[in-house]
Design a protein around this ligand. Sequence first.
Ligand code: NAP
Length: 255
Amino acid sequence: MARVVVVSGGGTGIGYAVAEAFAGEGEQVVLTGRRAEVLDRAAERLRAAHPGAPAPVALAADLSDPAGAGLVAAGIGERWERVDVLVNSAGGNAALGAPAGRTDGLAGAAWHWQENFRANTLTAVLLTEALKERLAAPGGRVLLIGSIAAYRGSGSGSYGAAKAALHPYAYDLSAELGPRGITVNVIAPGYVADTGFFRGALSPEREKTLVEQADTRRAGRPSDVAETARWLASPGAGHLTAQIIQVNGGAEHGR
Ligand SMILES: NC(=O)c1ccc[n+]([C@@H]2O[C@H](COP(=O)([O-])OP(=O)(O)OC[C@H]3O[C@@H](n4cnc5c(N)ncnc54)[C@H](OP(=O)(O)O)[C@@H]3O)[C@@H](O)[C@H]2O)c1
């Protein structure tokens, strides 16, 4: 029977690549994010590329809002009794694309810290809390997409801090769910190209620097993260939990 794999941020970038990896294995993929039209297009693309898998389902909601996370959980509950794999990829750096004036003064600092907390911490925590009682036991998997920024900062501090908050959440959740045979891990990517993350604002010079920071001398690909997620969700990874897996070509140590 196909596993039910829920991917937040599944309409674009890393989340889409994760959804594609699981659809390619014939799993039932559920995509969630805020923009319904983006999700519908992604679901259609996956359906066309993987006709052997159950048709992907798209559920749009703002996951930083308890009502939005609850709506997605209800939509899933109407269709399936259990969730096998939950991949929390929704997020982004609020500093990229911030409205003019939002960076100024104390009000600007408050905006950045709150927005990054909402986008990166709350989206993951609320969807996970909404679904955790339905996780397959044993065998369920929770993955949280963190970031290299949790280790080395992100300019203003707030994005990296919001991602770092996922580490203790993963530890505590692993302790809570481990006895039920469910694992919880964070995947922390370094620079990954070809996603919506930089909103077209990454300069060639900055990209060159990011690539040179990696021992592999290349940008990360969404598929690098997706393949890691696929393996962590496999039966063979059943004793690996409460870990932060860095997928960055060695960039973290060589800052
Ligand atoms: N690309 C990188 O270099 C990199 C490096 C390290 C970590 N990451 C992390 O990897 C994850 C995926 O990012 P990406 O690079 O694939 O960028 P992306 O293409 O912009 O993906 C982010 C996704 O999150 C969704 N999202 C954002 N806020 C949301 C909310 N409040 N509720 C529901 N969905 C929300 C977005 O969809 P909507 O806008 O439609 O909601 C979008 O599909 C993020 O958590 C990011 O922080 C990325």
